[in-house]
Design a protein around this ligand. Structure first.
Ligand SMILES: O=C(O)c1ccccc1NCC(=O)[C@H](O)[C@H](O)COP(=O)(O)O
Length: 216
């Protein structure tokens, strides 16, 4: 099985090129102003053009309004929408249909009940991305926090056309073990390949992608 690898929070051309060179499958552009990884529409347009046809472009939104999403889709020529807030299944389906794009729904996980919330999104989202629940008042992602992988080990993703993904606290040193223990078909990493908040490290990107393709 070819593992999907998404590197999230790409905001510069060198880090984008590092993801392509390392053969990641997806890069994430964060459209959430509170994030240190936030990109402007101008940055997104440049990065989206560089990425075109070379790697899949995922736009990340947190309860964004229609115009924010429409402007980002147009600027970056996004291939996928990642909805990382409290978007309902209806909102996910609506945005996917409106833009003609697959939509991934991120769910924050700390318990089995959180994983079960994915059921409501079958048929609406093309993928469910399980991420760690973050403390109140902090960012809803990109915090380097992991959750108990046992909660999603062997997850059955029927009804999600693109399967499921694992995020939260992954890095070059634990991603192989995470894949082996959960069977996740896609892994997603942000802070684990950074030297400081929002600053990607090209060596860590390469190491992460290599490790993800070498299950423990
Ligand atoms: O990365 C962000 O800054 C961010 C901000 C707000 C919502 C989501 C965000 N990131 C989502 C991602 O897809 C991250 O890759 C995921 O949360 C894992 O992050 P990390 O634990 O740092 O690898």
């Amino acid at each position: 099985m070819t593992i999907g690898i998404k590197i999230c929070g790409i905001s510069t051309a060198p880090s984008l090129e590092a993801c392509i060179k390392a053969q990641a499958s997806h890069v994430g552009f964060v459209f959430f102003p509170k994030s240190p990884r936030h990109v402007t529409l101008q940055q997104a347009a440049v990065l989206g053009a560089v990425a075109a046809g070379r790697i899949q472009r995922v736009g990340l939104f947190v309860d964004a309004d229609d115009s924010t999403i429409a402007e980002a889709v147009a600027a970056a020529k996004l291939d996928v929408l990642q909805l990382h807030g409290s978007e309902t299944p209806e909102r996910v389906a609506q945005l996917s249909a409106r833009h003609g794009l697959p939509a991934w729904k991120a769910l924050s996980v700390a318990s089995a009940e959180d994983v079960a919330r994915a059921d409501a999104y079958r048929g609406a989202a093309s993928m469910v991305l399980f991420d760690a629940k973050t403390p109140k008042g902090t960012l809803p992602g990109g915090m380097g926090l992991a959750f108990d992988w046992k909660l999603v080990a062997g997850y059955r993703a029927g009804g999600f056309a693109q399967g499921w993904g694992l995020a939260g606290g992954l890095g070059p040193n634990n991603v192989a073990e995470a894949i082996t223990r959960t069977g996740a078909p896609l892994v997603d990493c942000s802070s684990g390949v950074e030297s400081s908040a929002g600053v990607k490290d090209e060596t860590l990107i390469a190491a992460f992608c290599k490790a993800a393709r070498s299950p423990a």
